[in-house]
Write a protein of this length. Structure first.
Length: 625
């Protein structure tokens, strides 16, 4: 593609520095390698060349080479010995052990210059794995499904990690070239085409990034600099050195990575994987610094962009403002919402589900956020968490399924294998009526029957065996009496692909129609989408397993949600003020595959009346002004 000059309003003061940058007349190579005394550039394609590099005072090495251009492939030779890829390689076309390729970051012809991003409260997430979402398993394959996603009503796709990993199959959390989009998915141009197409469709793009460890194969960072530490321990690999000697360069590596995705790839939000595995006891926490630099870059680009954490700490410092002692990340995944609703409907009690299972837990998740807000946890055998009651609903991403909860907690089984059709619709309705940011996992909207398992394709048999055994140990309490599929088996990956033909058949067709209408209802009515926890009121009965949710809005409109969470028909009290609200959606409707034994009224009576609902069903009533 021809080189494109960015419009003046998109010019920004930052660019990626420690990499191979094409410049007029050649390419400037620079890398940070304080553990290396001698570094040599080895160009291997198209014309081989060996060029010594100059050591700088900060431990970096640099050289400008006029004989090289974009597309050239190169290694760095460390201390006259091993040839290694560039730690900040923009592309690894032949894999994690092979040469890096020079990429011109300005060569792609973007057409999204009018895209300014979405308000955080407008996000409806759709998490997907690029390799299993479509038969093609590529970024271009995802592009072909964007019109479907727009019709579904989601506003953002969330990509599981795409940084280059060893082999062809992986979830992405074993990435080692963190700046290089995986070649099998389509590489840098493929990801840029996808982001560009998403913005054309009005969809934001969220990218999952891993800043708590690197994968075990092809991980050469430690040969360049003090990236790792043995002072802390991670269950997934060596802990990263964010607060020890020479950690400034390590911090820069990861902060630059966040700015890189925002700037060169126009990414709208980053989801930071498992930040409870990021250790920093310095005064300026790495997450705080990352948020400062990321938001500053977004302002320079005149775009809305967000940071979303995955954390099991139930600690509001992650999302609180700096004035409150927080790191000011914009939002976080709320696992407690998932655990509360999942345990209630599936009756699962293995692992951390042993802490959940009541209607009251679901109510707390809806009105506060964290269910474990300082209360005693049986699973952890200690008190856990703090109150999140004062944090706005838009700071919590909620879900009924995600990659971890399907593969890890339920041995690959989706809710379509664990719940009836009526229960699936009930769970969806509660999700989209929550005063939070809802997320679907790919295929959830039509009840995909395919499993989603953990899969890898490491080249070293010993490593593959160690990873499999380590995974079994980590999730031992979840896999009792369950099949543990070999992550290395090709079949484990293939069976995790979505079967798109299902959307034309019952009951998948009906569930898809239900979710489309449900999302559309949420989008059209501010009382359902305003994320106002303070205007949310919940009542429930533990004994009778029902719950009502009232969602208000400053405009005066309101939604009244009635949920029968049990296996018997129930008469549910009508909340005060709900009189004359009209039925907007009923999970048991025949067009959604229901066969109701009783129908809710079209219009609500004034309290103290009741409405009858069949087992595992729900209804939404709306009152507009």
């Amino acid at each position: 593609m021809s080189k494109q000059i960015l419009p003046a309003q998109q010019v920004c003061p930052w660019r990626l520095e420690f990499t191979a940058n094409p410049e007029p007349g050649g390419v400037r190579f620079r890398t940070w390698a304080p553990l290396v005394t001698n570094l040599t550039l080895h160009v291997v394609r198209p014309v081989p060349a060996i060029i010594p590099m100059e050591r700088e005072t900060d431990g970096s090495f640099a050289v400008f080479e006029a004989s090289v251009a974009a597309g050239a492939e190169y290694f760095y030779q460390l201390n006259g010995g091993s040839l290694r890829p560039d730690p900040v390689s923009r592309f690894q076309p032949r894999g994690v052990h092979e040469a890096s390729q020079v990429v011109d970051p300005n060569a792609f012809a973007w057409s999204d210059h009018n895209w300014k991003g979405l308000a955080l409260s407008d996000f409806i997430f759709y998490e997907l794995h690029t390799g299993t979402f479509t038969p093609e398993g590529t970024f271009d394959g995802v592009i072909g499904r964007l019109p479907y996603l727009r019709e579904l009503g989601v506003t953002a796709i969330e990509l599981m990690p795409v940084a280059t990993f060893a082999g062809a199959r992986n979830w992405g959390y074993d990435g080692v070239s963190l700046y290089a989009p995986h070649a099998a998915y389509g590489g840098p141009d493929g990801l840029k085409r996808l982001v560009n197409a998403c913005h054309r469709e009005g969809l934001a793009v969220v990218l999952d990034v891993v800043y708590n460890h690197l994968g075990p194969e092809g991980n050469y960072l430690g040969e360049y600099g003090p990236y790792f530490t043995d002072r802390y321990h991670s269950p997934w690999g060596e802990a990263l050195n964010f607060d020890g000697a020479q950690s400034d360069g390590v911090r820069r590596f990861f902060i630059d990575n966040a700015r890189y995705w925002l700037t060169e790839y126009h990414i709208d939000a980053l989801r930071l994987d498992a930040i409870h595995g990021i250790f920093d006891f310095g005064a300026y926490h790495i997450l705080h610094e990352l948020a400062d630099e990321f938001h500053q870059q977004a302002r320079a680009l005149k775009r809305k962009a967000w940071l979303i954490a995955e954390s099991d700490l139930n600690d509001t410092r992650i999302i609180n403002r700096v004035a409150q002692g927080g790191y000011r990340l914009d939002a976080q995944w709320n696992d407690d919402f998932h655990h509360a609703l999942h345990a209630l409907l599936t009756e699962s009690r293995h692992g951390y589900f042993s802490d959940f299972g009541t209607v009251g837990d679901v109510c707390v998740a809806l009105t506060e956020g964290y269910v474990y807000n300082g209360r005693q946890s049986q699973y952890r055998q200690r008190r856990h968490g703090v109150s999140s009651a004062r944090n706005p609903g838009r700071q919590f991403v909620v879900f009924n399924q995600n990659h971890d909860q399907i593969a890890n907690a339920e041995g690959g089984a989706r809710l379509s294998r664990l719940l009836t059709l009526e229960q699936q619709k009930l769970a969806s309705l509660i999700l989209f009526c929550a005063p939070n940011l809802p997320m679907l996992f790919m295929g959830e909207e039509f009840g995909a029957s395919s499993p989603f398992d953990y899969f890898t394709s490491f080249n070293d048999p010993g490593l593959a065996d160690a990873v499999s055994k380590g995974r079994q140990r980590e999730y031992e309490s979840f896999f009792r009496n369950r099949t543990f599929r070999d992550p290395q088996a090709v079949a484990t990956f293939e069976e995790s692909r979505l079967g798109w033909s299902e959307i034309a058949r019952a009951p998948h067709r009906e569930l898809l129609a239900f979710n489309r209408e449900l999302i559309n209802l949420r989008t059209r009515h501010r009382c359902l989408s305003n994320c106002r926890k303070d205007l949310t009121r919940v009542e429930s009965s533990e004994a009778e397993r029902w719950m009502t949710v009232e969602r208000g809005d400053p405009s005066g409109s309101a939604a009244f949600v009635f949920c029968n969470l049990g296996p018997a028909a129930r008469e549910i009290p009508i909340p005060s003020g709900a009189g004359d609200a009209m039925l907007a959606l009923f999970t048991g409707d025949r067009k959604f595959g229901g066969a109701p034994t009783m129908l809710p009224p079209a219009v609500l009576e004034s309290a103290p009346g009741r409405i009858g609902l069949p087992p595992f069903s729900a209804a939404i009533y709306l009152r507009t002004r």
